[in-house]
Design a binder for this molecule. Structure first.
Ligand SMILES: NC(=O)c1ccc[n+]([C@@H]2O[C@H](COP(=O)([O-])OP(=O)(O)OC[C@H]3O[C@@H](n4cnc5c(N)ncnc54)[C@H](OP(=O)(O)O)[C@@H]3O)[C@@H](O)[C@H]2O)c1
Length: 305
């Protein structure tokens, strides 16, 4: 079985590289952005022709959420056109496409302590456990919009897809919130962290293992039918960015003055969802995936730093 990974040098790409030893039956092909530029259809076709992958994991994306507001064409080219190219090529080669999307397709918020999932429709969450795959997406920024459009082009072009929406990804690899906190703690005595955005951190290595478990499941001939479509994945539990930072420093034994602040005190070019906890019932049921609490996975990750 051949699994081709796009964006091989990104955070999730590196997390996937770190677990390949656990999957000896898979031949992995990791491509960085120069070896496989997903915006280049002909290059995609040539790489697929060379390796003939059974599965493609698309981790490649334009992920600079704030910068996307000032360069929407580039974000659109990578997150939407790139996804479209991969769907076209996966269909040509009968390759199952696993594509990563984001909680930023939602613009969920709180009113009187109750989570609502859409600012325009003003609908309350259907699930106590968070946002469902069937909740109506409503991105509030360019990044979220281009990622949503990426989901839609895949759904329209190639039926054999598994789209995973995830949130707040961190790891020992690349840049992320956890590593930024550790760096800032070595430079400053106090930090102000947003405390009114609620979500769930996702350890990239847990996501990598979930993706490979899905692939093993799809490849299992004893399974009668694979249910393609959209699935949520993050770690279990929920917290604010402030609580995430508190836990990072507590687990690391770092003493620092942390101040909770509202989003309004930390303005950014792109708006963030106020609430983006994802309900994972569907992925757990369909692919028998067990998910760790975010604090437990944070301990694992910090142990590797
Ligand atoms: N990080 C998060 O908190 C988060 C949250 C929710 C969802 N996600 C989604 O999770 C996925 C993985 O994110 P990540 O954290 O691993 O992001 P990342 O570290 O920014 O990695 C993205 C990778 O995509 C590559 N790339 C950019 N343009 C490309 C192109 N045209 N062709 C091929 N590769 C290209 C980049 O390569 P270069 O560096 O060479 O440009 C980079 O290696 C993305 O789909 C992202 O939208 C992330």
């Amino acid at each position: 079985m051949v699994v081709l990974v796009t964006g091989g040098n990104g955070q999730l790409g590196q997390a996937l590289q770190s677990v390949v030893g656990n999957y000896p039956s898979i031949d992995f092909v990791f491509c960085n952005s120069s070896e496989l530029d997903i915006t280049n259809l002909e290059q995609c076709r040539a790489v697929f022709y060379q390796f003939k992958p059974n599965f493609c994991i698309n981790t490649a994306a334009y992920t600079a959420v704030d910068k996307a507001e000032s360069e929407p064409e580039i974000a659109f080219d990578i997150n939407t056109n790139g996804a479209e190219n991969l769907a076209i090529i996966c269909k040509e080669f009968d390759t199952i496409l696993l594509h990563i999307s984001t909680d930023f397709v939602f613009d969920a918020y709180f009113v009187n302590g109750k989570a609502f999932y859409d600012r325009e429709l003003r609908l309350p969450l259907k699930s106590e456990l968070g946002l469902l795959e069937t909740d109506v997406p409503f991105p509030s920024g360019v990044y979220g919009l281009t990622k949503l459009q990426g989901e839609q082009v895949i759904q329209n072009i190639w039926q054999k897809h598994v789209i995973i929406r995830t949130s707040w990804v961190y790891s020992e690899f690349a840049n992320n919130f956890m590593k930024t906190m550790l760096r800032l703690a070595s430079e400053r005595d106090s930090l102000s962290i947003v405390s009114d955005q609620i979500g769930t951190p996702t350890y990239a290595v847990d996501l990598a293992n979930a993706l490979l478990k899905i692939i093993m499941y799809c490849n299992d001939e004893s399974i009668e039918e694979t249910h393609y479509g959209i699935y949520n994945f993050s770690n279990e539990g929920q917290c604010s960015w402030f609580e995430f930072a508190v836990e990072i420093f507590a687990q690391k034994g770092i003493s620092i003055d942390l101040k909770p602040i509202p989003t309004s005190a930390y303005p950014t070019p792109a708006k963030r969802p106020k609430y983006s906890v994802l309900d994972k019932s569907k992925i757990k049921k369909e692919f028998h995936i067990e998910i760790k609490n975010w604090k437990e996975s944070l301990t694992t990750c910090l142990g590797k730093i």
